[in-house]
Design a protein around this ligand. Structure first.
Ligand SMILES: [Fe+2]
Length: 466
């Protein structure tokens, strides 16, 4: 075993032919800052690039200016697994050329860390373990727990339970919560319930599966990992994207994410002006306030750790906040939810290409193996088939939901239908820019030479699928 050094590798974004480095959302810093670094980094070989279709790239952050080249999955190493299967684990380190240079694996030996480097006997094995652990971590924490069971669940239940059916904001949000109750009902019964499809795919025991969900609130990112001294947790994506930029993560992924967020925000802002004569009228809308209170109370109470808090971790804006501040709070929050259930879900949930080959990533594997079993291959293929229910496209034929908008009551100089038309024009224009960016990918130097799909409105759906 070798000593573990701190992370001395700083990304400079140098070209490295034959390899693609991308990152996906996985893990987070926990409250004592000894947890995960926030972004996970993964490496593709040229061989994998040939085998994968372009959708495999859609889920990844572009990490051209990532400051930290460290990706951790050792947080899973303590989860008890069923007989015959290996524990998860592996923190991967990358050099300035984005090649993996070391994996510190806590899941191979009890109470100790194994350090492997290129050329070591277990190098290929630990790379497989790391990739598979990362795949499992993102699926369980980011996708299933955070996005489905928390955010989308609280989103749709707060809208449905606190707003009347003719409320203009409820009507506005309908496409973004389309089928979400059914989808999450499916997820609860088939992906979470004991002995259902989800637990059968993973190596954990029932206790291990429950422990994974218990730990999930401390592993989620997307603003939750931002420390209090930096204003965290940041549930407003505009602030979160700005925070990432301040941290040195100024990538095409986040640039496109910000562009899409701003389109949502403009659409929402122009729409509500058709119904609320003043900003004060919106921030005093009792149904909107009830919806927000419902969402934030559920979000705060979801984690067991909330019982020990003197003050809420995430909370609605203070009732005595200035009108302008409160108005922006509600618009930012709702626009963030819209982004999360569209582009966010594409980012965290579109993992099907990884599931198609258990020699690349497997939800579980036998001790010593560098490939999942046939049973696991079948199980995760079934899981992906089950979880690929298409939702309506954000833009495309038959996507006009403006008939849902109530008759506008305010003379705002526009109609909700015109707002919707402008929204669609903005989405289509952004989609063209995304396609242009991808078409010119090969002309740009590394690491800007890869296409980007996860924020392209042309491929996004309007609500979460399983
Ligand atoms: Fe999903």
């Amino acid at each position: 075993m070798a000593a573990v050094s701190p992370r001395p590798w700083i990304s400079t974004g140098k070209r490295q032919n034959g390899f693609i480095i991308l990152a996906l959302s996985a893990g987070a810093a926990d409250t004592n800052s000894t947890g995960i670094a926030g972004l996970a980094v993964q490496l593709f070989s040229a061989d994998l690039k040939r085998r994968c279709n372009k959708s495999c790239l859609r889920m990844y952050f572009h990490v051209s200016q990532l400051e930290c080249e460290l990706s951790r999955t050792n947080c899973l190493s303590g989860l008890p697994v069923r007989d015959g299967f290996e524990s998860y684990g592996g923190d991967a380190y990358f050099n300035e050329a984005w090649r993996p240079v070391m994996i510190v694996d806590q899941g191979l030996q009890e109470d100790s860390k194994v350090v492997v480097r290129p050329g070591d006997d277990d190098w290929e094995r630990c790379k497989f373990r790391f990739r598979s652990s990362l795949f499992s971590l993102v699926t369980l924490v980011d996708h299933l727990y955070f996005l489905h069971l928390q955010l989308a669940n609280f989103f749709v239940t707060s809208v449905r339970e606190q707003m009347s059916e003719s409320h203009p904001i409820r009507r506005f949000l309908t496409p973004f919560t389309y089928q979400t109750i059914s989808i999450n009902d499916n997820a609860a019964h088939n992906l979470v319930a004991p002995r259902s499809m989800g637990p059968r795919c993973f190596a954990m025991t029932d206790q291990g599966f429950n422990l994974a969900f218990a730990a999930a609130p401390h592993l989620q990112v997307w603003g939750y990992e931002v420390p209090a001294e930096d204003g965290g947790p940041l549930l407003n994506l505009r602030s979160y994207f700005a925070y990432k930029k301040r941290q040195g993560v100024d990538t095409e992924y986040f640039r496109q994410a910000s562009e899409l967020y701003e389109i949502y925000h403009r659409f929402l802002s122009s729409y509500v002006e058709c119904y609320y004569p003043t900003k004060e009228a919106l921030v005093k809308d009792e149904e909107l306030l009830a919806m927000a209170e419902h969402f934030f109370i559920d979000s705060e109470a979801a984690a067991a750790g909330s019982m020990g808090r003197r003050h809420p971790w995430v909370k609605i804006i203070d009732a005595d906040a200035p009108v302008e501040e409160a108005y922006e709070f509600y618009l930012d929050w709702l626009a963030s939810l819209m982004w999360m259930v569209t582009a966010g879900h594409e980012q965290m949930g579109a993992v099907e290409v990884y599931a198609q080959d258990v020699s690349w990533t497997s939800f579980k594997w036998l001790k010593g193996a560098t490939c999942g079993t046939k049973q696991t291959a079948t199980a995760q293929a079934l899981l992906m088939s089950f979880t690929s229910t298409p939702m309506p496209k954000l833009i495309g034929d038959g996507d006009d939901w403006s008939h849902l908008f109530p008759k506008a009551s305010v003379l705002a100089g526009r109609t909700p239908e015109l707002c919707y038309k402008k929204f669609h024009e903005d989405l289509k224009a952004m989609s063209l820019r995304c396609e242009q960016y991808n078409a010119e990918a090969h002309t740009r130097p590394f690491p800007e030479c890869f296409p980007m799909y996860t924020n392209n409105p042309g491929v996004l759906e309007c609500s979460i699928s399983v």
